[in-house]
Design a protein around this ligand. Structure first.
Ligand code: ZN
Length: 266
């Protein structure tokens, strides 16, 4: 059964709704979320409600942590967005719903290990596991694994791969692609017309699914991935960027740049 993997929604409900429609249109009915549901964007409550409703489970990202506990190492615009987001959760007049949302955020896990999806009729023996984190297998909430790290910081990438059994999945950098344990990185545009990477039994890979609500690979379309038994497929979806950007600009606590960057995917 294919699983859609979404991450880094960042309070962008217009992008999230468009992605959920795209997933449904492909007949994929299982969705998991790698965190950063909120932060930066104008619709944190709607995004949390949609993820609660539609995803099998979700992980804790550094921005979810920042809103719930404290913003750690945030730049000024991210910090101000985190405090504004917290105010939105606090301002919910329905006490029960307010508690449910906080309870949901408070129970987000930092890592989940799943069996690798199997082809129909295949046996699970030895097919390995899939480790899911927001950031990195070494530091699940805060460590960035950048594409350049494969050349600039090979020791770091090797050390991270030591914590991977077969497949790991993450978000956090908002840059989609596949890291291989021979220290290479493949962005989706290098993966052919179908933007898909076929798993091989003799290598470990780390898959970054990109960002639904704030892509940073110079492609402004919402990004997510679909995991099949034999491959990962990267998907991009156009959404109404102007709608989200104008909501951001109407909220003084959200810096205008947070809207502007969406048009360029940076
Ligand atoms: Zn993020």
């Amino acid at each position: 059964m294919p699983t859609a993997v979404i991450s880094d929604i960042h309070g962008n409900a217009v992008a999230l709704r468009t992605v959920l429609e795209d997933i449904a249109s492909r007949g994929v009915d299982r969705i998991i979320c790698l965190g950063d549901i909120v932060g930066y964007g104008p619709d944190p409550l709607e995004c949390v409600d949609l993820v609660r409703d539609r995803c099998d489970w979700a992980l804790m990202g550094n921005h979810d942590f920042g809103v719930l506990y404290e913003p750690t190492n945030f730049n000024p615009s991210a910090e101000s967005a985190a405090y504004w987001t917290r105010e939105q959760f606090d301002a919910e007049p329905d006490a029960e719903l307010r508690e449910q949302r906080y309870d949901f955020l408070g129970r987000l896990r930092v890592r989940v290990v799943e069996p690798k999806p199997l082809a129909e009729g295949a046996s699970a023996n030895g097919d390995g596991t899939m480790l899911c984190v927001h950031a990195s297998p070494r530091r699940p909430i805060n460590e960035y694994i950048f594409p350049d790290d494969v050349t600039e910081a090979p020791d770091k990438v090797q050390s991270i791969f030591e914590r991977v059994d077969r497949i790991a999945m993450c978000g956090h950098t908002h840059v989609p692609g596949v890291f291989t344990d021979d220290l290479d990185f493949f962005p989706p545009r290098e993966l052919g017309e179908k933007a898909s990477y076929t798993f091989s039994a003799d290598e470990k890979i780390i898959i970054n699914v990109g960002s639904v609500g704030q892509p940073r690979d110079m492609d402004p379309r919402a990004s997510y991935a679909i995991i099949h038994p034999d491959r990962v497929e990267f998907v991009r979806v156009e959404y109404d960027i102007a709608a989200t950007a104008s909501k951001i600009k109407a909220i003084p606590d959200l810096h205008d740049y947070l809207g502007d960057r969406l048009f360029d995917g940076r």
